[in-house]
Write a protein that binds this ligand. Structure first.
Ligand SMILES: Cc1ncc(C[n+]2csc(CCOP(=O)(O)OP(=O)(O)O)c2C)c(N)n1
Ligand SMILES: [Mg+2]
Length: 788
């Protein structure tokens, strides 16, 4: 390289190092301000992680100031949030006011949040491990769009996760790794801040070499960034090799302890351990204490040159990459390396010392360029402005609205009444969608963790195929072996088949459900699984909703109604999970027509501005379909409930049911009607939507907001107002009775709530419904109890 460019490069590194220091400063000061300077009104510790931030500052500087391109997307280690916000501030994308309000209402969020932060958060993080997996599935989503020409080759980004080393203990990372391998996922970088410390302490040594092996086995390119340039140069000198070997073989806890104690402790220990190596002793003697400490602790993850060279090497192909960047937790801070430093906060004296060390002037702490000469300021501003990532490119998109099928169109798929199950109705509607030639049907993408066929997605997949970057024909079909299911893979396929890992389903839905804002392309993701196994992926489901990803989740079959499948498969808590989950509208239709109407609504809600995702809890139980005499059920289904059999005004009793127990409710209703013709039968399609509407209506009365709701009252108040004040309600749910027992609070009606409060077991429906008191007799007993 000619001298001139060498010098320019050296100058650039020097400038980057200065920026890095200022990022470290701003992140540290942001946390300090929140904890020590801002008024505390509640005495709670505000928190923030200065050590975890310092560990990752070099990595993030190298990425954001040089290596990232605008189309790249990053999931930032949650507790490095202040570093992220500081960098965004330098780019002019985060206000000083928000940094000052870090962790307070409306300010920069404790952990980067797509929905709550104003700066450019690509993926929310917080629950460790999930952001990591998210990048692999975002890359899969990008491949899916690229295969359709919706993301051009030159616009394809790298999906990057910055993670802590203790995060590698989260099992969902390996589930995602396996899925990424099967799907030949590329353009994914996982960069580990390998500081060998977790929250509680220094981490175990035994996995040291194993991580690389695991990722190599999965086909990833592994880059271990252990040494800094400064270390490599020193280790090349006489005696240097002994220092390198010393670090290589030192236990994590000893290395960390010496890192905390500093240069003198290093000298003492190294001099003792290397006493018979005169070259090494001479090398150690050549350093002042402070320099010796820096030499031993400035590992690869703190060396801009090392990082930039590695990122540059990686940018020539699209192979998935696992970077192990060795770091020191809290480097340059007074508690560097200390095993208890995770939640450590610098004292006012310590932060003042850091300020002085970094050349920031007292009183100018919020000025990231304080204390610099005007030439340096200009140079730094120039470097920031030239960062590829700083380019004025729109990174969050609004996708054009796609016309979705009307409820009438979908209803045709399930027409005919007779006897049907909601799961079969779902399959019919999906099959109908697969036959459509409109834009919408091309944007539907289905996914399932190995239960595609058993959740009735098979018809859709037969027509639309399985997505894979590498085409693979269905050998059974070619060999003319009869099979109901075609399983041919191609880039044009519209089904993403996952292995059995429900976490992956939800993260896939998160990624597919965010393609509109991330890539400007709307997809309509439909994911299926068995209802009980929602619990397996609950945190990932919450993660998807927290980011406002939009999808339709179909959980089927569900409840005790799985009868012969037994207690391990019979879900109890689904309806309550759904009610308690923000961002998710939960419905449990009883009938095929309700299912079709709710699917049309779900597709609308996917792209509505204030929309949400939908969870449909379905069943394989085939039941008689009602004769519809008017259309009131349609709006009622959407609003959460309607009178399947209207009570006579002032009635003293009503039976309330949800989902597949409709026949039992109906039988009880018919038996009751003989003596009490005024009785009503209330079909509840969504305790969730009803409850939210009810609380909102209550709130609006005392806040004066939402006059419309206030004047009309909530859906459930209106429905129940037909009954007498002293009426009784018997509620029947194939799940926790909690989902319906609250109805008694709406107008003060007395309630007997039937549902599942113990684990089920194998059996047939008559036996199980009788044993668990979900049959018509149980309803009648409960009615008698209310009337007595
Ligand atoms: C699922 C989950 N469990 C627990 C936590 C609490 N927690 C936050 S960070 C952390 C460990 C951090 O260690 P590491 O990932 O190595 O990051 P470092 O701070 O060392 O950079 C833990 C247990 C969490 N955020 N998410
Ligand atoms: Mg760590």
């Amino acid at each position: 390289m000619p001298d001139g460019s060498m010098t320019a490069k050296r100058q650039e590194i020097a400038l980057l190092r200065r920026i890095e220091e200022r990022i470290l400063w701003l992140a540290s000061w942001t946390i300090h301000n929140a904890n020590h300077l801002r008024e505390s009104r509640d005495g709670l510790k505000v928190g923030g992680h200065q050590a975890s931030c310092a560990s990752m500052t070099t990595l993030m500087t190298a990425l954001y100031m040089k290596a990232l391109r605008p189309q790249d997307r990053v999931a930032v280690k949650p507790h490095a949030s202040p570093v992220f916000h500081a960098i965004q501030h330098l780019f002019g994308r985060q206000s000083l006011a928000n940094l000052k309000r870090f962790r307070s209402l409306g300010g920069a969020q404790s952990y980067p949040s797509r929905t709550k932060d104003v700066d450019d958060v690509d993926f929310s993080t917080g629950s460790v491990g999930l952001g990591v997996a998210m990048t692999a599935f975002a890359s899969l989503a990008q491949d899916y769009l690229a295969a359709r020409g919706a993301v051009k080759p030159e616009a394809m980004g790298r999906m990057i996760s910055l993670l802590g080393d203790a995060e590698l203990d989260e099992g969902n990372i390996y589930e995602a790794l396996i899925e990424a391998c099967k799907h030949d996922v590329r353009n994914t970088w996982w960069i580990v801040d390998y500081n060998r410390q977790s929250l509680d302490a220094t981490t175990q040594d035994r996995m040291f070499t194993r991580y690389g092996e695991i990722f190599e086995a999965a086909g990833w390119t592994v880059e271990t960034l252990k040494w800094s340039k400064r270390q490599r140069e020193a280790f090349a000198r006489p005696g240097g090799e002994a220092l390198r070997v010393w670090i290589e073989t030192a236990p994590n806890d000893l290395y960390s302890a010496l890192t905390y104690q500093g240069g003198a402790a290093w000298r003492e220990r190294l001099s003792a351990d290397l006493a018979d190596n005169t070259d090494a002793l001479a090398l150690i003697a050549a350093y002042k204490d402070i320099d010796l400490g820096e030499l031993m602790t400035e590992l690869g993850g703190h060396c801009l040159e090392t990082l930039l060279e590695a990122f540059e090497r990686a940018s020539h192909d699209d192979a998935p990459r696992f970077f192990i960047a060795y770091t020191v937790k809290g480097l340059r801070l007074p508690f560097q390396g200390h095993k208890d430093n995770h939640a450590g906060l610098m004292t006012p004296t310590q932060i003042a010392e850091l300020r002085q060390k970094l050349g920031v002037i007292e009183g100018e702490e919020w000025d990231p360029l304080s204390g610099l000469s005007s030439a340096e300021r200009t140079a730094l501003k120039g470097l920031i402005a030239r960062a590829p990532f700083a380019a004025d490119v729109q990174r969050q998109h609004v996708a054009p609205t796609v016309a979705t099928p009307s409820a009438d169109e979908l209803l045709e798929a399930v027409a005919g009444g007779g006897e049907q199950s909601t799961q079969a109705a779902f399959g019919k509607v999906m099959f109908e969608i697969s036959r459509r030639t409109d834009e919408f049907s091309g944007r539907v993408v289905t996914t399932s963790p190995d239960v595609t066929v058993s959740t009735n997605l098979g018809g859709f997949v037969n027509r639309r195929g399985v997505f894979h970057r590498r085409a693979h024909e269905d050998v059974f079909k070619r060999r003319r072996i009869p099979s109901a299911q075609v399983w041919s893979m191609a880039e044009t396929g519209q089904h993403v088949e996952l292995g059995i890992a429900e976490n992956n389903l939800f993260i896939a839905l998160a990624a597919l459900g965010l393609t509109a804002p991330l890539f400007g392309e709307r997809l309509f993701p439909v994911g299926t699984l068995y209802d009980p196994f929602i619990a397996r992926g609950l945190d990932a489901l919450n993660y998807a909703c927290y980011q406002d990803a939009r999808f339709l989740l179909v959980a089927t079959p569900s409840g005790l109604t799985l009868a012969p499948e037994g207690g391990a498969h019979q879900s109890i808590n689904g309806p309550v999970i759904g009610m308690a989950q923000p961002g998710l509208d939960t419905y449990e239709p009883a009938f095929a027509d309700e299912t079709a109407v709710l699917m049309a609504r779900a597709f609308d809600r996917i792209q509505a501005r204030d929309g949400a995702s939908t969870y449909l809890r379905l069943s394989t139980r085939v039941i008689a379909q009602p004769e519809r005499t008017d259309d009131a059920w349609r709006q009622g289904t959407i609003d959460g409930g309607y009178w399947l059999k209207a009570p006579v005004p002032g009635a003293k009793l009503a039976v309330v049911f949800s989902g597949a127990l409709a026949p039992e409710a109906l039988a009880a209703f018919e038996a009751l009607s003989e003596d009490m013709p005024e009785v009503g039968l209330l079909a509840i399609t969504s305790p969730d939507v009803l409850h939210r509407d009810w609380t909102a209506s209550g709130r609006s009365r005392w806040t004066g907001e939402g006059a419309r709701t206030a004047s009309r009252g909530s859906t459930i108040e209106t429905l129940l107002s037909t009954l007498d004040r002293d009426a009784g309600l018997v509620t029947l749910a194939d799940g926790s009775p909690l989902s319906l027992s609250w109805l008694g609070s709406v107008r003060g009606h007395r309630v007997r709530a039937l549902g599942l409060e113990t684990f089920g077991q194998s059996g047939d429906l008559p036996d199980l419904y009788a044993k668990y008191r979900l049959d018509a007799d149980a309803v009648l007993d409960a009615c008698a109890d209310l009337l007595s």
